[in-house]
Design a binder for this molecule. Structure first.
Ligand code: ASP
Length: 449
C-alpha cells in the first residue's frame, strides 16, 4: 500500500487534477490520497489558502469579505466546470464555506483554522466526486471520522499519539480514500490546522499509521536539487537522501517538504519518494534511513535568512555554573525558541529567529540578561543568515571545512559564526544576509562544478 500526497500546484486546475487521477489509478497500491488546497496556476496567482485567510480577516474586520469569498467559490467552480461535473458540487462547496463563516466560535484562532481548513476539505470532496464520476471508486474521508486528533495549538498543531491507531483502521476500507491534508480535530472536536504547508505532515502521519511501503509526495519538480534552482542554473538533482540530510536541508530553507514532515515516518523507517505530477515517469528523490554514499561528500546546500544573534560577554563566564541555563530560562519565560548556541570561553551567542522577537520581548530579555546575569555586555546583531552544508559523506572526511572557507574567502564573504555538530553531517555558517546567496553559489561551485 502507498500513501500519495499531491501539493497545491497538482490541484490548481482541472488539467492538473486529471493528471492526479491518472497517477493514482496507474498503480493499484495507491490507495490513500492526501490533497492540498488548489495552489497557484501561474506565478502571480493566489493560493486558495491565502484567499481563505484574506476572506476570514476581512470578515472579522467587517470589511468586504464577499468579493474574496466569491473569488474562492469561482476557483472551485472553474475546476468543476472544466471537469464536466454537475453544478451541485459547487453549490455544496458554497454552502460549506458560508456555514463556516456563520458558525459561532469561542476564539478568533478557532475561526481562522476552520476557514483555512476549507481549502483542503473542499478540494478532497471535489476530487472524490470527480473520481466517482469517472467510475473510480473513491471516498472522501473526514479527518474526524478517521480519528486524526491534534493538540489544540491552533495554526501550529501536532498530532496526538492515539491518532496512529485510529488511522491504521483505514486499511480495512475498500477503494481509494481521498483525505484532506493540513488539518485534523482537537479532542473537543474543533478544526485545528498544522503550520502552513502542513498537508505534507498529514501524508506522513497516514503513511506511518498504515505502515505503508512508501510515502509518495507529488510536487512540481522532478527531484530535490543540491541547491535552489532560483540561485543555480540547472543544479544537480539528488536521487537519494537520508532523513537526517533532508531534515537539515528543510530546516535551512529547502521548501520541497515541510520541515516537520519526516518525524512520523522517521520513527518507522518508511521511505519517502518526492515525485513530479507533471513528469510521473521520473523516479524522483528517495529519502530513506540510510543510503549508499557516493564520491561527493556534500549532498545539499541551503540557506535561510531572518536570524539574529544575542551576543553575551562576561569575564570568567566559563567558571559560572548554570550561566547557560539562566540565559535560556529568560528566553523560555518569554516563549522564544532558540536555534543555536555557539560559545567561547567568556562569551556565548544565542541564535534566534527574528520573527520571535518583537520590540517588547526584545527590550525585556535584553534588560533581564544585563541585570540578572550581570554580564559585561549584551548586544543584539541582526540580519544573520544561516547557510547549511549537508551530507552523510562529510562524516570523517578530511578537508571539507577548508574547501568551504576557501570558497567563501575567494568571494570575500565574512563568516560570522560556525557550528558543526558531533555527527559531522552538517556544517552551519552564519553570514550576513546580503552574502547568503553568494555563499551558497560559491560553495556549490566548489563541490559541484
Ligand atoms: N494549503 C496549505 C498551505 O497553503 C497547506 C498545504 O498546502 O500543505 O499552507
Amino acid at each position: 500500500m502507498k500513501v500519495c500526497k499531491f501539493g497545491g500546484t497538482s490541484m490548481a486546475n482541472s488539467q492538473q487534477i486529471k493528471k492526479v487521477c491518472s497517477i493514482v489509478t496507474s498503480d493499484k497500491d495507491r490507495r490513500i490520497v492526501v490533497v492540498s488546497a488548489p495552489g497557484k496556476r501561474f506565478d502571480a496567482d493566489i493560493k486558495v489558502t491565502d484567499m481563505l485567510i484574506d476572506c476570514a480577516n476581512k470578515y472579522l474586520a467587517n470589511d468586504d469579505y464577499e468579493s474574496v469569498l466569491y473569488g474562492i467559490i469561482a476557483r472551485y467552480a472553474e475546476i468543476a466546470e472544466d471537469l464536466g461535473l454537475n453544478k451541485q458540487i459547487v453549490t455544496d462547496i458554497e454552502n460549506n464555506l458560508k456555514t463556516r463563516l456563520s458558525m459561532s466560535y469561542t476564539s478568533t484562532e478557532k475561526f481562522m483554522d476552520c476557514m483555512k481548513a476549507a481549502g483542503e476539505d473542499n478540494a478532497a470532496r471535489l476530487i472524490a466526486y470527480y473520481m466517482n464520476s469517472q467510475g473510480i471508486p473513491a471516498k472522501y474521508m473526514n479527518p474526524k471520522e478517521a480519528g486524526l486528533f491534534l493538540n489544540d495549538e491552533y495554526g501550529n498543531a501536532r498530532v496526538l499519539p492515539q491518532s496512529f491507531k485510529n488511522l491504521s483502521k483505514l486499511k480495512d476500507i475498500e477503494g481509494i480514500i481521498i483525505f484532506p491534508g493540513f488539518f485534523g480535530y482537537s479532542l473537543s472536536g474543533e478544526v485545528v490546522t498544522f503550520p502552513r504547508g502542513g498537508s505534507d505532515i498529514t501524508g506522513s502521519i497516514l503513511a506511518a499509521a498504515l505502515e505503508v511501503d512508501v510515502y509518495e509526495n507529488f510536487t512540481d519538480v522532478d527531484s530535490v536539487f543540491v541547491a535552489s534552482p532560483k540561485l543555480i542554473d540547472k543544479p544537480k538533482a539528488i536521487s537519494a537522501l537520508t532523513y537526517r540530510e533532508m531534515r537539515e536541508l528543510s530546516y535551512a530553507g529547502f521548501s520541497v517538504l515541510h520541515e516537520e514532515t519526516l518525524e512520523p515516518v522517521f520513527q518507522r523507517g518508511i521511505p519517502v519518494n518526492i515525485r513530479n505530477t507533471n513528469n510521473p515517469a521520473s523516479p524522483g528523490t528517495m529519502i530513506t534511513p540510510t543510503r549508499k554514499i557516493n564520491e561527493c561528500p556534500v549532498a545539499g546546500i541551503a540557506g535561510d535568512k531572518g536570524f539574529c544573534s544575542i551576543n553575551i560577554n562576561k569575564y570568567m563566564m566559563n567558571r559560572e555554573i548554570g550561566f547557560g541555563r539562566k540565559v535560556l530560562q529568560i528566553l523560555e519565560e518569554d516563549c522564544i525558541p532558540f536555534e543555536h548556541m555557539p560559545s567561547g570561553i567568556d562569551d556565548i551567542s544565542i541564535i534566534v529567529r527574528q520573527k520571535y522577537l518583537n520590540d517588547e520581548k526584545k527590550s525585556r530579555i535584553m534588560e533581564r540578561i544585563a541585570k540578572e546575569l550581570r554580564v559585561d555586555s549584551v548586544v543584539l546583531e541582526y540580519d544573520l543568515a544561516l547557510v547549511m552544508v549537508v551530507g552523510e559523506g562529510m562524516t570523517s572526511t578530511v578537508g571539507i571545512m577548508s574547501r568551504i572557507t576557501k570558497a567563501l574567502a575567494n568571494n570575500n564573504i565574512n563568516i560570522r559564526m560556525i557550528n558543526q555538530g558531533s555527527s559531522e553531517v552538517s556544517i552551519m555558517l552564519g553570514v550576513s544576509e546580503e552574502d547568503a546567496d553568494k555563499a551558497i553559489i560559491s560553495i556549490y561551485n566548489e563541490f559541484f562544478k
